[in-house]
Design a protein around this ligand. Structure first.
Ligand code: KIV
Ligand code: ZN
Length: 403
C-alpha cells in the first residue's frame, strides 16, 4: 500500500475487534458475507480475524483471503500477539491473499507491563523489534501496534515506534485501547510522534479507538488533523465494552466536512474530492447486514444509520425540510444508500420486488433460499397488511440460518 498523505486509509476491524463484543460471535460463512460487503463498501483493509485464536478464526481469515483478497481487492489482515506462533499462524492463513498484512501488537504502558506482561520496558522494546522483523520475514506489509498507547509514557512510546519502523513496520498503529484519551490530547500525541520518531516518514501513522467515554470519532478527527492517515474502525461501532470508533460516523464526518479537513491533508480547500475510498452509498446496507448477522441492534438515534437519523418529527423541522431539505439536513439520506422506500410490500407483491428489497437490506440470497424465503413472506403477508423491513430481515435471517 502506498504511503499517500492526501487521503485517509480505512481499516475495518468489524470481523476482529468488532466480533470481540459479547454476543456478536460470527461463524465463517457469516464473516465471509460481511467481508464481501466490506469490499463493496470500499474499505482499504479488512482485519478478518486473529488466526491463532481458534481454528474457526484461522479458517475465517483463510476463506476471506481466498475469496475477497483478490489482486484489485482490499488488503486482508490478521492480528497476532508479538509471539512467533501467532505471527506464523497469521502468515499461513493469509497466504491466499493477493495483498496480506500481518498485524502484531504488544502493550507499552507501565500498568500493562507490570501487571499483565510482567516485563521491563527494555524487554518489551526488544520483543517488539524482534517480532516485527519476524513478521517481515513472511511479508512486506507489517503493522505494529503499541497497545494502551494513550496511557504510555510518550518518550518510551517514541523509542518503541522507532525500533519497530527500523525493523520493517510499514504501518504503526496508536491504539486508545481503553477509550481514555480526549481529542486535543490525542492530537498532541500524534503530533509528538511525528516530531520525535526520527524515521516516522517510512511508515503510515494509524489510530485505533474505543468509545468508553464516547469520544472515538472526535479523537480520530484530531488525529487526522495531526498526521494520522489510517483509521481503524468497525461497522455500527461494535466492539469490546462500549465498542470501537464507528466506521460510518468517522467516514461521514470526513465526507460531510471534507472542505474543512482538506488543508490538513495538503489539498486545495475547495476540493470536492472524497477523503476516503469508501462508497458511502453502501453504508446503510453494510450496517443492516452487520446488525442482522451479529444480532447487535442499532439504537434508533444512532448517528448516520439509526432509524431516526433522517426522520423529522417536529412541525417546524418538517416545514423547513419541505421547503428546502438543507434547512435541517447536513447530508442526503441517499448518500448512505437510504432510498425513500416507495414500494410497500404486501400479499400482492411479487418475487422481484421482494428480492430487490432484500438486496437493499443487504441480503443477497441464492435462488433456492430466496424461493423459500418468498414462501414465508407470502404466508406472513396473508396475516399482516404491510410487511416491515424488520419482518423481511427476520425472514431472511431465518432462511440463512436454516440453510
Ligand atoms: O484496542 C486495542 O488496543 C486493540 C489492538 C489489538 C490494536 O484492539
Ligand atoms: Zn481495540
Amino acid at each position: 500500500m502506498q504511503n499517500q498523505q492526501d487521503r485517509v486509509i480505512i481499516f475495518d476491524t468489524t470481523l476482529r475487534d468488532g466480533e470481540q463484543c459479547p454476543g456478536a460471535t460470527l461463524n465463517v460463512d457469516e464473516k465471509l458475507l460481511i467481508a464481501k460487503q466490506l469490499a463493496r463498501l470500499g474499505v482499504d483493509v479488512i482485519e478478518a480475524g486473529f488466526a491463532f485464536a481458534s481454528p474457526g478464526d484461522f479458517e475465517a481469515v483463510k476463506r476471506v483471503a481466498e475469496t475477497v483478497g483478490t489482486e484489485d481487492g482490499p488488503v486482508i489482515c490478521s492480528l497476532s500477539r508479538a509471539i512467533k506462533a501467532d505471527i506464523k499462524a497469521s502468515a499461513e492463513a493469509l497466504k491466499p491473499a493477493a495483498h496480506g498484512r500481518i498485524h502484531t501488537f504488544i502493550s507499552t504502558s507501565d500498568i500493562h507491563l507490570e501487571y499483565q506482561l510482567k516485563k521491563t520496558r527494555a524487554e518489551v522494546l526488544a520483543i517488539a523489534e524482534e517480532m516485527v522483523a519476524y513478521a517481515k520475514s513472511f511479508m512486506d506489509d507489517v503493522e505494529f501496534s503499541t497497545m494502551d498507547a494513550t496511557r504510555t509514557d510518550p518518550e518510551y512510546l517514541y523509542q518503541v515506534l522507532e525500533r519497530a519502523i527500523a525493523a520493517g513496520a510499514t504501518t504503526i498503529n496508536i491504539p486508545d485501547t481503553v477509550g481514555y484519551t480526549t481529542p486535543s490530547e490525542f492530537g498532541d500525541l500524534i503530533r509528538g510522534i511525528k516530531a520525535n520518531v526520527p524515521n516516522i516518514d517510512k511508515a503510515i501513522i494509524s489510530v485505533h479507538g474505543h468509545n468508553d467515554i464516547g469520544l472515538g470519532v472526535a479523537n480520530f478527527l484530531e488525529a487526522v488533523k495531526n498526521g494520522a492517515r489510517q483509521l481503524e474502525c468497525a461497522i455500527n461501532g461494535i466492539g469490546e465494552r462500549a465498542g470501537n470508533t464507528a466506521l460510518e460516523e468517522i467516514v461521514m464526518a470526513l465526507h460531510v466536512r471534507r472542505q474543512y479537513f482538506n488543508p490538513y491533508l495538503g489539498r486545495a480547500p475547495e476540493s470536492e474530492a472524497p477523503l476516503t475510498n469508501i462508497d458511502t452509498r453502501q453504508i446503510y446496507k453494510t450496517s443492516r447486514l452487520v446488525s442482522n448477522l451479529t444480532g447487535m441492534l442499532v439504537q434508533p438515534n444512532k448517528a448516520i444509520v439509526g432509524a431516526n437519523a433522517f426522520a423529522h418529527e417536529s412541525g417546524i423541522h418538517q416545514d423547513g425540510v419541505l421547503k428546502n431539505r438543507l434547512t435541517y439536513e447536513i447530508m442526503d439520506a441517499a448518500s448512505i444508500g437510504l432510498t425513500d422506500n416507495q414500494i410497500v410490500l404486501g400479499k400482492h407483491s411479487g418475487r422481484n420486488a421482494f428480492r430487490t428489497r432484500l438486496k437493499e437490506l443487504g441480503f443477497d440470497l441464492p435462488e433456492g433460499e430466496l424461493n423459500k424465503a418468498f414462501l414465508k413472506f407470502k404466508e406472513l403477508a396473508d396475516k399482516k397488511k404491510e410487511i416491515s423491513d424488520w419482518d423481511l430481515e427476520a425472514i431472511a435471517n431465518d432462511e440463512m440460518q436454516s440453510s
